[in-house]
Design a protein around this ligand. Sequence first.
Ligand SMILES: Nc1ncnc2c1ncn2[C@@H]1O[C@H](COP(=O)(O)OP(=O)(O)OP(=O)(O)O)[C@@H](O)[C@H]1O
Length: 785
Amino acid sequence: MPRQAVKVCIRTRPTANFAANAIQIDQGKGTVVINTADKKAADATHTDTSGISNQETLFSFRFHHILHNVSQDTVYSTLSRDVVQSVVDGTNGTIMTYGQTGSGKTFTMIGDTRNFAHRGIAPRAVTHIFQTMAERTEIDFRVSCVYYEIYNEKVYDLLDDLTNSETKTDFQIAEEKNGKGTFVRGLNEVEIDSEQDMLNHLYSGELARTTSQHKLNRKSNRSHSIFTIFIQQRARSGVSERIVSSKLNLVDLAGSERLKKTMDDSDGIPIDATTKKESMMINQSLTYLEQCVVALSKKGGSGYVPYRQTKLTNVLKDAIGGNCQTLMFANMWGEQDHLEETISTLRLAARMMRVQNETATLETFDDAMMVKKLTKEVKELKQELLMHDAMAERSGIVYDDYTPEMKLEMRAMIEKFLAAELGSDEEADAISLSSVRQMRELLMQFKRISLEKDSNLQRAVTAGRMGQTAGGFAATAGDGGEAKESDPDFNAADAKETVGDAVNGEGFSLGAAGGDLRPDLIDEVGSPSKSVQGSPTRSIESFSAADAAQQKTSYSATSFRAESKGSGRSSAVPEDKEEAFALYKRTKGRPVNVSIMEGKAEVKSLKGKAKGLTAECNEFKVDIDRITGLINKKKNARMNQAQPGGYDEDIDVVDEEEFELMKQQREAKKGYKAGMRELNDLKAKIGQLQMSIDDNKYSLLSDFDMWHGIAIGTVIDDGGGQSKSEGGEVMDDAEMFEKMELERIAAKDPDSVAFFQAQKTRRANMSQNSLTIRQMGRNKRSVGV
Ligand SMILES: Nc1ncnc2c1ncn2[C@@H]1O[C@H](COP(=O)(O)OP(=O)(O)OP(=O)(O)O)[C@@H](O)[C@H]1O
């Protein structure tokens, strides 16, 4: 992992009273020198309240960057842009502002919410992220955010209703090493789909901060606020299982003034208990922040770091000494009165520069996607093989899974082979080998026949009718494997199920095969094959002969558009949604509908297959249990024969019968494992198919809504693929004004549209909030508070 020092940038708040005699800034060299000699002399005549050490008067610092009297734009483009860019590229980033109250931390981070040119790092980062994502069309991005503050060691969710007394504040901080890193569990994490949406959340969180100031009797600037943007990305092309996750923390820390200063009531105004508590809590958390920085900045930084001491240091664990690219803005207010705060801010900032972080892209893998990708790969390889076989003039090789019918054919080959006379032509012609896979399946069938034979024998032995089994095997191995009523193993219930018959309405029995009974098949898109129509399991309701006739009527999107434009609505489309949907499925939505139904048919057939396999596995299991029982019995008998107390060599010697049983047990276990493997593969396949059916269903429904809207005239199609609501055409004055305003803003600066729209939402929320606040004030007054 590449190591990177935390970057530190000093930003000054512009002031007319800049202490030029005490502070010297050299932007080029990145140095700040503070001389407190004059202040000491001045203070010597009064009681010393400065808190500056008596001996030291000259303080000199060097930083990565100093931004003295610069615009918000420069603050973003100088260093912040790079951090945000690396977050979109897939690594974690943190930008924080630190400094005394009033030094410009919030101005730097959030900026002026009413002025586009003075917007801060957070809104600029949001625009930057969404613009970059829009350019990367090949990547599928998922974005979400949380916004919270830490006040008096409690976490408040700024995207929740903070005025509700039941709102949760006992959030826990958790850590996911290979996931989110450190994060607050249980916050409202909102999925975001546009720049404006995220700006709305940012500003509504800001508003919640200031509103709670009134409602909960506390000051917004006495809390640390953290806005985190989570980004997940994966490639759109093909099937990508690789997910890259990153996050951007935007942290606005509480003012770092001296405790003594905030607790000082020398101006005659008594300090209330709330302010005292707030100051102590801020002081405590910033002291621990400093301790963490000190511990990390020591050579090697491998000692104890007190992250867990406060909520702030705990949530910033990634940002200081973790997997993150971190940028700290140390805000200073260069006036004579604030020299001590400035020195203390610069001291921590200088230490911060020594903290090393390790940045690495965090990758995880989506299992379902991985299966999908591998399935696709297998399919492609099979096609490759088929081509290879065709070129080598080898035919008849199957690379797909063997269908139950194919397996039965192979079983018949074995049976024919076994029944043929030794050395006869019939024996030689019975089996034609084409591939290793086919050979393996033939052996599997052979094994099944052999196991069945064994189990028949065993049953016969148990039932004491050994002599009657001679025809049993022959009947199973006879023509086409059809059991006969005269066979001793014939089971009337089993005989009802033949291949191609539904079992409990799902799938097909693998019982005695009738050659012409085949499972559901669709021979071409949408048109059912003969066997489908005849099949008792036919579930493709919408494809009746009548449907097929109706499908001849061709409805294209353009014809609907033309009809709807001419007459206001298409006379061919019923207004009733259910009827219209049925029509849609047969016309425009037919390809998607067909693929849904094909998918369903395949799922059904796979489920049938899975059912057959489950039954096979169960049979193996029963066999395994039975054979194990017999082996244990034999073992116990041997043990009982042994001399008590003495060692009998015969105990370990198994006889021929037991050896045979052990062989059978091993074979049954192998069969069971192979069956289970096949079954699991099938289940994965069914899962994927189901997912794609759901996707198709979703697009069928949403496309239908649009199609129906256009056809019945509730949505107007402007021909360019963009539709707008009919109501939008007839605008009232306010709407007209809004449209014109937006056009004006867009013409001036297209990047500012989202900001202005979010600002409008904020204004609307604000007026609602101020109404409530005003109401609260009136209530307080009326009860004499
Ligand atoms: N660079 C700047 N340019 C213009 N005005 C600024 C600048 N920095 C700060 N200000 C102004 O100074 C005032 C205090 O700034 P701000 O609220 O951002 O300080 P703060 O450090 O966040 O304080 P607090 O700790 O109280 O939240 C605001 O009115 C802000 O507009």
